[in-house]
Design a protein. Sequence first.
Length: 132
Amino acid sequence: MPLMAEISAGMPAKVADDFGYHNFVKLPRIYLKDKLDNYMVFRVNGQSMEPQIMNNDIVVIQRKDDWSNTDGSVCAVRLNDGITLKRIQFDHQRQQVLLHPFNAEYRVQVVDSMQGDDISLIGTMVIQLRLV
């Protein structure tokens, strides 16, 4: 599968236009329960998800466009200023999405629909690989 881009594990970052498709990741087909087109592969850039997800880890994201069953999941999301990988939590009463890092040195990012903040779901993380 082609390595699509780097995904920020920190503040959201733009996807580099020149990332290219020259890097590929080999995955056993048995790990993927859906059509290959429903998955995207990213390299993690940053430390906000450490120690569980490390800088330079490879994550496989299953495309998903609805938020059902994502509360508590690690997801790739698109914000106005780029894409990021975080654990999702919903605050339905305040109409907010909380983007939780695993690393306690980073703060929770609050996306507030009442304030006009824009967020869209790219998908949920289904596989994490660490190249050694």
